[in-house]
Design a protein around this ligand. Sequence first.
Ligand SMILES: Nc1ncnc2c1ncn2[C@@H]1O[C@H](COP(=O)(O)OP(=O)(O)OP(=O)(O)O)[C@@H](O)[C@H]1O
Length: 280
Amino acid sequence: MLEIRNVTRRFGKNVAVSGVNLQIQPGQMVGIIGRSGAGKSTLLKTINRLIDPSQGSIVFEGTEVSSLRGPALRRWQRDCAMIFQQFNLVPRLDVLTNVLLGRLNHRSTALNLLSIFSREERIRAIAALERLDIARTALQPAGTLSGGQQQRVAIARALMQEPKLILADEPIASLDPLNAKVVMDALRDINLRDGITVITNLHTLDTARTYCNRIIGMQGGAVVFDGAPEDLTIEAVRLVYGADADGSEISEAITSTSIRPVKVRAPVSAAPLEPAYAPV
Ligand SMILES: Nc1ncnc2c1ncn2[C@@H]1O[C@H](COP(=O)(O)OP(=O)(O)OP(=O)(O)O)[C@@H](O)[C@H]1O
């Protein structure tokens, strides 16, 4: 179990995450929603220790990960794979090598310096690519792939880490609806078949409702909603997102980052990943 105990993170005077307490059971698929600046990314990054909490602690299976250093911290970051909106691949390296980079924290520094990967590691990397239906791209430079394919490479790289947790920071925010569905389906498959806990920031409510069995809503750095998708009533949504400044209805395709809502044309439930937003 992952426990976030009274975690606060400040940047100067700005409180990005404020007194967050959460317990996340193994195997959950958790969606974090909230407006831009609500603290979603900061919370995920404190779990992975890309950012350290200013106060509070994070405990995983009885180990306080918020105080780990050196090799123990690297082992935690291996157990806790991270997927980013912008994929974070090495564009000039081929896809297979990008996936193999997921093994780095499993190996000695010498092997890493020599970039020597075993036959078994290569077979596993190809199997991960096959699972995500992109094995045919294995020898292409990662930068030549579409956004959806690159995100699938990033997921294959995460799988190579053999993680206990996958943290995904707006994994579909840069993708078109079809690729967004492919990526979310892949994360759900990993969650269901491998039992890996997935915690993902999402910028649309309908995606959170469709894929997650628990939704956490953040507002001003604090958790203001924590429950099942069916408990996310319109009142709860208003609590998370606040009342719309222009008085327009909050839509299921409400966004948190670089995209802003426009007047919605049709009930979104009919088309879960249909975008009802326009690029800024
Ligand atoms: N490295 C940083 N230095 C200073 N302030 C930061 C830093 N990272 C985040 N913040 C601030 O912390 C607050 C929360 O940011 P965060 O990125 O966690 O929000 P978010 O909910 O993920 O937003 P978005 O959906 O836009 O990514 C914001 O006010 C942001 O400006």
